[in-house]
Ligand binder design. Sequence first.
Ligand code: HEC
Ligand code: HEC
Ligand code: HEC
Length: 434
Amino acid sequence: MIRRIVLWSVLIALPLLLLGAALGGVLLLRQGGLAPYRTPAAGGAAVTAGDATEGAYLARIGNCLTCHTVRGGIALAGGRPFRTDYGTLYSTNLTPDPKTGLGDWSAEEFRHAMRHGVSRHGVLYPAFPYANFAHLTDSDLDSLFAYLRTLAPVEATPPPNDLEWPARWRGALVGWRMLHYRPVPLPEPADASPDWLRGRYLVDGLGHCTMCHGTRGAQGSLPAEGYLAGGRIPGQGWYAPPLDARQLARYDVDQLAEYLSTGNGEHGAAYGSMAEVVYTSLRHLRPDDARAMATYLKSVPAHGGDEKPDTGRFLYAAAQPTVNPHNGARLYQDHCASCHGDGGEGRDRDYPPLRGAVSVTAPDPVNAVRLVLYGGVPPTTAGNPRPHSMPPFAGRLSNAEIAAIVSHIRRNWGEQDRPVSAADVATYYGIRGD
Ligand code: HEC
Ligand code: HEC
Ligand code: HEC
């Protein structure tokens, strides 16, 4: 009897085990096999063939500075916090300090970490955009490394990560990669122009635009179908719109290139996390590169085909739309029309139009509410040296009044009919970006 039970258990368990192993093997292969985990030997000569001047430019466009610098801290010495659903992690020190930075790294180690997201410290968290940096050419990676080596070494250790189990354990990231990471080289369409290819290289590679402009999947992943499809940015509380032919239809290529490098233009002004991206990164774009990015972005097929995306119902704080006693149209006239115009058409380049604006057309109302609460000022750039600002209305208008105005502008100029409630405004009060 016992022997039969053992026999049957083995007969059942063995295929299951084999199946599990085969599945694990397939998933391991799909995230790049074992190669990513074989990091090059540490140390060696830290010489690189790269061009440090080009590297400085590339570092700007890759925005290493924003992520690897703590507010008010020394540039690129690390320690900026990243809030995730699993706790907080901190970026690392990229200066050439041998103890706490990249001082004794070889160029091979650097290339490997950038391409595969694995360094001598183990598997790296996907807050580091290695999935994008994987597309960089050897020569660009060497130039970046050459530039980093010209920095003054700074001894600085980031605070220890404060993450929950199992995210705390770097080994768990192998499982995450098996589920969510699919490195694929960028296809090369035969009819692509050099401009388009350069634009895609910048957008998908260094620029890592989909880190904010992508729709996230399970466990903070960025599935292929969410590519540049838009969504609420984790840990920042801003909504980033899709980047595709429909969203960007109101810009021509030159206007879009201008927006990217100046943060301003006829159709909008950058705010929130986009203002920071323009200020620390995109305002340094060479004119050709700005045009190349714009050319590529305008070619991205509209998400969801001809349908307008309807994700709005998930993004409101209050479950039910409520009746609002205030007259949004009148409040708009009193508080907003002097800058944004009676019909939401904006005024020259000083005050952006609201008709068709990101925050007014977006399924998610959070940007519009936050701008009215806290006001904003576009980034100061060579192309927009003295930006005009928008005053904050928190404290001047009640939550219900703000809700009425935002509902009014979104209904009339954005085709977003679902009213924003005072409870939505109260919730967005608390959201603070970092
Ligand atoms: C969106 C934010 C972000 C950007 C942009 C970014 N990094 Fe990072 N990077 C991180 C975070 C967070 C880590 C730490 C990951 C970890 O600890 O697992 C990291 C880790 C690294 C590491 C591994 C260091 C180590 O000691 O293991 C290297 C190398 C690196 N980044 C280089 C760069 C370079 C070069 C750029 C610019 C081209 C850059 N990063 C841009 C967030 C970013
Ligand atoms: C840190 C997050 C973040 C990153 C990274 C980021 N963006 Fe944005 N972007 C936003 C947010 C938030 C908005 C909405 C606010 C606004 O319109 O200024 C936005 C808006 C935009 C708009 C305006 C769209 C419109 O319809 O007017 C464009 C264009 C844009 N981003 C392009 C890019 C490109 C290209 C990149 C990569 C080089 C990029 N963004 C990287 C957060 C980000
Ligand atoms: C003194 C002029 C001024 C007034 C008054 C003003 N705004 Fe603005 N508004 C601006 C400026 C400047 C910006 C660009 C801010 C930025 O880029 O950070 C802006 C941006 C916006 C945006 C973002 C548009 C986009 O591109 O998505 C919205 C929405 C908005 N304002 C709504 C309002 C509402 C509603 C009121 C009245 C309660 C108002 N504004 C009052 C100057 C003003």
